[in-house]
Design a binder for this molecule. Structure first.
Ligand code: SF4
Ligand code: SF4
Ligand code: SF4
Length: 193
């Protein structure tokens, strides 16, 4: 089983509703940690310029670097669902997973002193609900499910890497993106808002 996320960059308006809804669901009290991160980029060269929004969480990768590098087995790939999950009780907070993940998914919540990352809202899904970020998006730009089902639903022209993202070869992320034209640009800079 391979569960993952779909992101439609052609529909995303960068409103950050998914990011805020996730922070609320994860009960993150400080501004820093974000399990779903929304970031704005400018791209191109004058006069051919554009903007795009990156929306990303843990990608529940097939070959997760965080799992491979955790010294105590606190980050693990669930054998039944394939999800990359974290065991608070085993974790020694060495932050090796944070340094290993090319997507910056594991983060240290200093308020609770816990390593946090997306768990796909698995408890909510078990109760028949969608992941919080997916349900919150006003543009229906996000979806979650079996990768084959997502491909069947959204088409074959989806990608798992773009110039602004790490190469997918490293961890084989369960991430399907419908890119905007701007997101394909080889020249880009983050916009700090
Ligand atoms: S911070 Fe915790 S989960 Fe991450 S590598 Fe260290 S022990 Fe493993
Ligand atoms: S699935 Fe849940 S934990 Fe994961 S990014 Fe979305 S809201 Fe956050
Ligand atoms: S809630 Fe939807 S439209 Fe808003 S930033 Fe997130 S993915 Fe984009």
């Amino acid at each position: 089983m391979s569960l993952g996320f779909y992101v439609d960059m052609t529909q995303c308006i960068g409103c950050r509703t998914c990011q805020v809804a996730c922070k609320d669901r994860m009960n993150l009290q400080s501004a820093g940690p974000r399990c779903r991160r929304v970031d704005t980029f400018e791209c191109g060269e004058y006069p051919e310029v554009g903007m795009f929004t990156s929306v990303i969480s843990c990608n529940h990768c097939e070959n997760p670097a965080c799992v491979a590098n955790c010294p105590v087995g606190a980050m693990y790939k669930d054998p039944e669902t394939g999800l990359v999950l974290h065991d608070d009780n085993l974790c020694i907070k060495c932050e090796t997973c944070m340094r290993s993940c090319p997507y910056g998914a594991p983060q240290h919540d200093m308020v609770e002193d816990l390593i946090i990352k997306c768990d796909t809202c698995k408890d909510l899904r078990a109760a028949g609900m969608q992941p919080t970020c997916v349900a919150a998006c006003p543009m229906r730009a996000l979806d979650f499910g079996e990768m084959d089902d997502l491909r069947a639903k959204y088409g074959d022209d989806l990608v798992s890497e773009l110039p602004f993202l790490p190469t997918a070869d490293t961890t084989t992320p369960n991430l399907l993106i419908k890119p905007s034209e701007s997101a394909k640009s080889e020249t880009f800079n983050p916009v700090v808002m």
